[in-house]
Design a protein. Structure first.
Length: 72
């Protein structure tokens, strides 16, 4: 039988909207939701370009699995 001992998701997320304020608000809301759910995460790369687009590379906890060394 196999058993998952630790897990982590690696994602690249692109936030874009009509105005830079909406993009920043959407990004902040995403982080607040992660914090509210007690989801562990590490932001590996953050790019905020002048065209109102935020691109984030993030490693985050998968469900409630132990993350092991993934987020160190």
């Amino acid at each position: 039988m196999k058993r998952i001992t630790s897990a982590c998701l690696s994602q690249t997320i692109r936030f874009e909207a009509f105005t830079p304020q909406e993009v920043k608000g959407e990004y902040d809301l995403y982080l607040k939701k992660l914090d509210a759910r007690n989801t562990k995460y590490v932001i590996d790369d953050f790019q905020d370009n002048s065209h109102g687009v935020i691109t984030v590379k993030i490693r985050k906890q998968y469900n409630t699995y132990h993350t092991g060394e993934y987020l160190e």
